[in-house]
Design a protein around this ligand. Structure first.
Ligand code: PLP
Length: 668
C-alpha cells in the first residue's frame, strides 16, 4: 500500500506520539477526577495544572482567563455569549453599547453563525455587518474605520484556514484604538497556534479561541483566552469546574494530550520555526509549478502562513485534482473540511473577489509545522507523479479494440463522443456546455478533428465556439456528403463511417453499429437525446444513450428494468477476500477516471483491477452482457461510482455485478 502523504493539516492533524502517550497516561495510571481531593484526584489535577500553566506561557495569557473547552467552536460561542450578555445588560440599563456585530468576510462559519444565533436568542437585535477583505484576503481597514465606532463586537481571525492569509492584527488594533471603538475584539487563533508568535495579554485582543486538533492534539479539546476585565459569562453551568467558567468533568485525556503538544511547542524541538517552514513551502510551490504549468496561487505567499498553499489550475476542477491526488494517496482538500461535502465554490475566495473559476477549482494543501525535510521531499515527488497521471487522457483509445465511445457528463447532463482513433476524428453528440472548453482543449492537444456536432442546439453552439476559439477543425451539424445505409427492416438512412462503424442519422436519433457493407444490421448504440421512447430500429440489447446523467448513468436498454435487491450487490471490504477466493474468475473493475487509475492503480488480494472509467462503461457494457456470467466487482474511491456501475448492470438482469462498499479507501 502506498504510504499516505497527508497534506490537509488545516482540517486536522495526526496526533503527536507524545500526545498519545500523555492521553494514555490520563486514561490509565492517572485516570482520576481532578476535582477529587484524594491522591488519584490530585494526580489528575497535576496534569490539568501543568497543561494550563504551559498554555498560558505559550500564548502569553498574562493575567487573562484561560479555560479548556471542547474546541474552538465552543470558545467562539462563549466569547459571543459573553459579549452579547453584557450588551443586553447595558441595553436594559439604557447605556450605550454599539449597534453592530462586525465580522470578517472570510471568518470560519462558526463565527457568523454564533453571532446570529446568540443575537436572536438573547433578543439583543444588533445588526450583523460583514467586514470585507481585499484581493489578498486581508481585512479592509478603511471599512473597519467606518464600522468601528458603532461596533459592539469585532471578530477577525489571525490566519485564514483556506488561504493561510495572515491578518494585519496590528492594523486592526490601531483602527480600533484610533476610532475610540468600545467594541470587544475576538480573534480566532485556531490556525495561528504553532505557526505565529502569540503574546495575547500584550495586545488589545479580548477573546481568543483555539482548537487542539489543528496542532496535533486530539479532536474535542480546545481552549479560550479571555483578557482580564473583558465580560465573561459561562456557556456551561454545573459543578463549577474550570473555576466555574466551564462546568462538566474535564476531558482529561484531551487536556493531557493538548498539554503535551503545548510543551513540545514551548521546547521547540518538534515543531519547526518560520524560516524552515518557508523553505519547505517554497519547495512544494516549485513542485506544483513544475507539475501544473499555468497554476495560480490564490493568496499571496508573502502574507500567508508558510504551511498553507491554495491554488487553482486552469482547465482542472478541484474535483479532478482531489480525485487524482487521493488516488496517489495525497490527501488535500478543496477548502475547509466543514464545507468539503457541499461542493460549492469557496466563499473565502469569492469574498476576495477572485473569478468564479478560481473559487470553483481551488485546492488547499496544508502541512503541519512538524513536517520534516523527508516528508516534504516525499510530498514533492508524489505531486510530480500526479501531474503525469493527470495527463492520462480519456481521448487516447486502444486502436480499434473498442467502439471508442466516451460519455461526457456535467451538471446532470450527459453527452457522447464517438471516436475514430486511427483517423483522429470524432463526432460529438449533446456535449454539456460546461464541458465544451475542456473537450476543445483535449481535441486540440490530441490533434483530433470533430466531424459532426450533433444534438441539443445550446450544447452544440457552446462546443462550436470553444473549438473555433482554439482553431480545432469541426463541422456543426450533420455533414453534407454522407453515404446511405440500409437499416434493419429495409429503412434507409444517411450515415457516416467512423472507423469500423456506421453512424446513421435516423428519425428519432443517431444509430451506431458495425459496418457490414452498406448495411447497419444491428444497432449497438442509439443516441436518443431526451426521448424516453427507443427509436424503431433499436433491438433488445441496443444501448440507449440519453442526454441526462440520471441514476441510470444516462444509458439503458429496452427492458433493462430487472428488479433486484440492492443489498445483494454490496460487498463489505472485510468480505472481499473470501469472495475472491470463492470466485476465482471474478474481474476487478476500477471505475475511477483514467487519471485516478494512473495515479494509483489498485491491486486487492493479489488481483489487479482493470480500468474502465464510468464514462467508458456504456462502451463495455454490451460485451460484458454478451460474455455472460463472469462476476465483476466494481470499485472506486468511496463506493459511490462503483455502486452506480453495479446497479446499472443489475438493472440489465446481470446478477454477477458487485461493488466494494466504502470504496478503495476501506478495502486496502
Ligand atoms: N476557526 C477556524 C479558523 C477553523 O479552521 C476551525 C476548524 O476548521 C474552527 C474555527 C472550528 O474548530 P473546531 O471545529 O475544532 O471547533
Amino acid at each position: 500500500m502506498t504510504p499516505e502523504i497527508y497534506l490537509d493539516a488545516n482540517a486536522t492533524c495526526p496526533v503527536l506520539p507524545a500526545a498519545i502517550d500523555a492521553a494514555l497516561d490520563a486514561l490509565g495510571p492517572r485516570f482520576g477526577n481532578p476535582s477529587s481531593s484524594h491522591a488519584a484526584g490530585l494526580r489528575a489535577k497535576a496534569i490539568l495544572d501543568e497543561a494550563r500553566a504551559c498554555a498560558r506561557r505559550v500564548i502569553g495569557a498574562g493575567d487573562g482567563r484561560l479555560m479548556f473547552t471542547s474546541g474552538a467552536t465552543e470558545g467562539i460561542q462563549t466569547a459571543v455569549l459573553s459579549v452579547l450578555w453584557s450588551v443586553r445588560e447595558r441595553q436594559l440599563a439604557g447605556q450605550p453599547c454599539g449597534r453592530l456585530l462586525v465580522y470578517g468576510a472570510t471568518e470560519h462559519k462558526a463565527v457568523p453563525e454564533s453571532l446570529a444565533h446568540w443575537n436572536r436568542l438573547l433578543g439583543t437585535n444588533l445588526e450583523l455587518a460583514v467586514l470585507p477583505v481585499d484581493g489578498e484576503g486581508r481585512h479592509r481597514l478603511d471599512v473597519l474605520r467606518e464600522l468601528a465606532p458603532d461596533a459592539a463586537m469585532v471578530c477577525t481571525m489571525a490566519a485564514n484556514n483556506e488561504t493561510g492569509t495572515v491578518s494585519d492584527l496590528e492594523g486592526i488594533a490601531r483602527v480600533l484604538g484610533e476610532t475610540g471603538s468600545g467594541a470587544y475584539w475576538m480573534v480566532d487563533c485556531v490556525q495561528a497556534l504553532g505557526k505565529l508568535p502569540l503574546a495575547l495579554a500584550s495586545t488589545r485582543i479580548d477573546y481568543a479561541p483555539f482548537s487542539g486538533h489543528k496542532l496535533c492534539a486530539p479532536k474535542g479539546i480546545g481552549m479560550l483566552y479571555v483578557r482580564a476585565g473583558a465580560p465573561f459569562t459561562p456557556l456551561v453551568a454545573g459543578g463549577g469546574q474550570e473555576a466555574g467558567q466551564r462546568s462538566g468533568t474535564e476531558n482529561m485525556a484531551g487536556i493531557a494530550a493538548f498539554g503535551a503538544v503545548l510543551k513540545a511547542l514551548e521546547q521547540g524541538q518538534v515543531f519547526r520555526g518560520h524560516d524552515a517552514l518557508v523553505e519547505s513551502r517554497d519547495r512544494v510551490v516549485q513542485a506544483l509549478r513544475e507539475a501544473f504549468p499555468g497554476i495560480v496561487f490564490n493568496s499571496p505567499l508573502e502574507h500567508a502562513l508558510p504551511t498553507t498553499i491554495n491554488f487553482s489550475v486552469p482547465g482542472l476542477s478541484s474535483r479532478d485534482v482531489l480525485d487524482v491526488f487521493d488516488a496517489a494517496a495525497i490527501r488535500v482538500s478543496a477548502g475547509s473540511a466543514c464545507s468539503a461535502s457541499k461542493a460549492q465554490p469557496s466563499y473565502v475566495l469569492q469574498a476576495m473577489g477572485l473569478p468564479l473559476w478560481r473559487a470553483a477549482s481551488a485546492v488547499r494543501l496544508s502541512f503541519g509545522p512538524q513536517a520534516d525535510e523527508a516528508f516534504i521531499d516525499a510530498a514533492c515527488e508524489r505531486i510530480r507523479r500526479c501531474s503525469q497521471a493527470l495527463r492520462a487522457d480519456p481521448l487516447v483509445l486502444a486502436p480499434s479494440a473498442h467502439h471508442g465511445l466516451l460519455q461526457v457528463n456535467a451538471e446532470g447532463c450527459a453527452g457522447w463522443l464517438v471516436f475514430d482513433a486511427d483517423e483522429k476524428s470524432c463526432v460529438a453528440i449533446d456535449i454539456p456546455a460546461p464541458m465544451a472548453a475542456r473537450i476543445a482543449s483535449l481535441a486540440k492537444a490530441r490533434r483530433y478533428t470533430v466531424r459532426a456536432i450533433l444534438g441539443d442546439a445550446a450544447c452544440s453552439s457552446a462546443l462550436c465556439s470553444a473549438l473555433a476559439e482554439l482553431g480545432v477543425p469541426f463541422h456543426a451539424g450533420w455533414p453534407a456528403a454522407t453515404a446511405e445505409v440500409a437499416l434493419a427492416g429495409g429503412l434507409r438512412a444517411p450515415a457516416i463511417r467512423i472507423g469500423a462503424q456506421w453512424l446513421a442519422n435516423a428519425d428519432g436519433g443517431y444509430l451506431l453499429g458495425a459496418v457490414h457493407g452498406e448495411t447497419l444490421p444491428r444497432v449497438e448504440y442509439a443516441f436518443i437525446g431526451a426521448s424516453q421512447a427507443a427509436c424503431e430500429c433499436a433491438c433488445a440489447d441496443t444501448i440507449l444513450c440519453r442526454n441526462a446523467d440520471d441514476d441510470a448513468l444516462g444509458w439503458s436498454a429496452i427492458g433493462a428494468e430487472a428488479a433486484f435487491d440492492e443489498h445483494e450487490m454490496h460487498l463489505a471490504p472485510a468480505a472481499l477476500e473470501d469472495f475472491l477466493q470463492a470466485h476465482p474468475d471474478a474481474v476487478l473493475v476500477d471505475v475511477r477516471e483514467a487519471s485516478e487509475h494512473a495515479a494509483g492503480p489498485v491491486t486487492l488480494h493479489g488481483r489487479v483491477a482493470q480500468s474502465v472509467p464510468l464514462s467508458r462503461m456504456a462502451e463495455h457494457a454490451a460485451s460484458w452482457l454478451r460474455e455472460g456470467d463472469t462476476p465483476r466487482v466494481f470499485l472506486c474511491r468511496s463506493g459511490n461510482r462503483s455502486a452506480k456501475a453495479a446497479r446499472q448492470l443489475r438493472r440489465f438482469g446481470f446478477a454477477q455485478a458487485w461493488h466494494v462498499a466504502g470504496g478503495v479507501a476501506l478495502a486496502v
